[in-house]
Design a protein around this ligand. Structure first.
Ligand code: ADA
Length: 567
């Protein structure tokens, strides 16, 4: 399943999920004693899926080629979309290169015209190796898996087709309105004339006899009132289908259905307002990582994660530290979960930010994140550059460029970045919201209340005055099953104690508008980069459930505190 709702009733869509042939091209990972060198070996692997789910690939680092055939029933143009390839994909169709993409966490697509009816072959060279070519996927406190890790779809498209829709809701007095932008592309070598009708909640928007030059694109803009719609909020996540149909000579030839919500997000007087009302974010940081599935989490287990988090009373999730699978974002829209989605970046030093590929790889990730996830009403904050070098002038330049890029793409959502450069950060004046990561009681045995006051005071003087403040990370580690009446560190008891002490401070401070616990579930980390030394089992063990979603004692502490909170 690609999304939690049908996006087409006219366009023919085929999911290329299933078994693909995998050939190992280059194996660089740590060999397990007795393991054969995999190069040249062939396997049958599921897509979506991680290579690491196979016992021969537990530490795989390198390049493999995935291939499969498909049958095209009618000759014409096709659109091929990969929702996620980790971490680099190069795509060939019938031996001709048609796409290249870096970054596991954003989708990419390509179109091919004049494809003959009959059998065709797709080959994808997948690379999850580390090195200068990869500025964002590096040895880190989460794992870079390998594989075609999210769904793949193949669409028969008419030469004139709907490329995308962006929906921006806003209030005009008491009335809901929205700016609807519908991009249409003409792949053919002739000028085309088309009609377009879009409908939402029985409101029709129409353009007739639109002329579009050969091999060009246009965007139709509607600024429309929707007199009868209900707002979307975390308390009442009202969703609507926006259904656009493109016709030529009166015959529907293409369509695109988006699912949207009417809500506004603002930062006013140090508060985060949803539809004009202040909201306090009670959330988790959630990595896309699940025991044997790696980052290729099936829908059933995404739903399980969501059910567990809502059982604990959350109303928010932070997609640490990269854009998420659209099906999870669809779940957030349906359940009224407020999302902080961020570009792919975790803890880069200035040296790492000066990798020659860094700025372009960040720019592409932000572009693809916002272009593809723009319509999710649940996303209320765009984040960047978690714990990067925001204490340096060179770093500040990149922070400023990325915030500007976001504002150029979307003025309807506030921006932020989670800092750990306490007392030295020189970028707090740039975002709409100031966020900081703080591990009082874990990394530092300090009183969370006192430490928080110091941080808040510093923020006021360092450019953050008047801005909402979010505690983007707080928490402690515990090994699942480790119980100790001494409440020593790494015991479940101590993790629960530390989380309680910190939540009592952050949930009751008038300057704080939200808290994200680090983290929902234990996740695998790389052995490379020295992470093994502070990450028992080569896992980040700060989950309140382990990687199999088995709850630790802190689960019930959070449930009690989040559910009893007024908001
Ligand atoms: C940082 C970082 C997280 C994680 C956390 C930890 O705040 O943003 O990704 O590494 O520390 O577990 O220490």
């Amino acid at each position: 399943m690609i999304r939690l709702f049908e996006q087409h009733q006219v366009r023919q869509v085929k999911e290329l999920d299933g078994m693909w042939e995998v050939t190992v091209e280059e194996s660089l990972g740590r060999q397990i004693p007795g393991q054969q060198n995999l190069e040249g070996r062939k396997y049958s692997m599921p897509v979506p899926g991680c290579l690491e789910q196979h016992p021969d690939f537990l530490n795989f680092r390198g390049r493999v080629s995935y291939s499969r055939k498909f049958y095209l029933a009618h000759s014409g143009s096709v659109r091929l979309e990969f929702k996620g390839v980790s971490h680099t994909g190069d795509v060939w169709l019938d031996g001709k290169k048609i796409a290249h993409h870096y970054n596991a966490f954003t989708p990419f697509s390509t179109t091919v015209t004049h494809l003959e009816q009959g059998e065709h072959e797709i080959k994808v060279l997948v690379d999850n190796s580390f090195g200068e070519h990869s500025a964002l996927h590096i040895p880190n406190d989460y794992y870079t898996y390998g594989g075609i890790t999210r769904p793949v779809l193949l669409e028969n498209i008419y030469d004139v087709y709907i490329k995308g829709i962006h929906f921006t809701p806003y209030k005009a007095g008491q009335l809901w309105k929205a700016r609807v932008e519908i991009s249409v592309r003409n792949l053919s070598s002739q000028c085309a004339s088309f009609d377009l009708t879009a409908s939402l909640d029985s409101v029709q928007m129409t353009r007739e006899a639109v002329s579009l030059e050969a091999d060009s694109e246009t965007t139709l803009v509607f600024d429309q009132e929707f007199p009868n719609v209900l707002p979307w909020s975390h308390k009442s996540p009202q969703l609507y289908f926006l259904n656009a149909v493109l016709s030529i000579n009166g015959v529907p030839v293409d369509d695109l259905i988006e699912r949207v919500g009417f809500r506004t997000v603002e930062t006013v007087d140090g508060k985060l307002l949803l539809n004009g009302e202040p909201v306090f974010l009670k959330g988790f940081n959630r990595h896309e990582d699940y025991a044997d599935f790696g980052c290729a989490i099936p829908l059933q287990l995404m739903v399980k994660d969501m059910d567990l988090m809502q059982d604990m009373g959350v109303n928010a999730v932070r997609t640490c530290h990269y854009p998420n699978d659209e099906r999870f974002l669809d779940l957030c829209d349906e359940r009224g979960i407020l999302v902080w989605e961020e570009n792919h970046a975790r803890g880069f030093t200035l040296k790492e930010m000066l990798n020659p590929h860094f700025e372009a790889q960040c720019r592409d990730c932000i572009q693809e994140m916002i272009e593809n996830h723009y319509n999710h009403p649940g996303i209320v904050i765009w984040g960047i550059l978690n714990e990067c070098a925001s204490e340096t002038e060179e770093g500040r330049k990149m922070y400023a460029e990325q915030y500007a890029q976001i504002k150029g793409l979307d003025q309807s959502r506030p921006t932020t970045s989670a800092t750990c450069r306490h007392f030295t950060d020189i970028c707090l004046d740039l975002p709409d919201i100031v966020s900081f990561n703080m591990y009082s009681g874990w990394y530092e045995d300090v009183d969370p209340k006192k430490r928080n006051e110091q941080e808040i005071d510093w923020i006021q003087k360092a450019g953050g005055a008047g801005k909402p403040i979010i505690v983007s990370e707080m928490g402690a580690a515990a090994i699942y099953g480790c119980r100790d009446r001494s409440h020593c560190k790494w015991s479940e008891e101590r993790q629960a104690d530390i989380i309680r002490e910190n939540l009592e401070v952050y949930m009751n401070h008038q300057a704080i508008t939200g808290v994200f616990i680090w983290q929902f579930a234990d996740c695998r980390v790389t052995e490379e980069g020295g992470w093994f030394s502070t990450r028992a089992r080569c896992h980040n063990n700060k989950g309140v459930v382990d990687e199999y979603r088995r709850p630790k004692l802190a689960y019930d502490t959070i449930k009690e505190m989040f559910l009893s909170a007024a908001q």
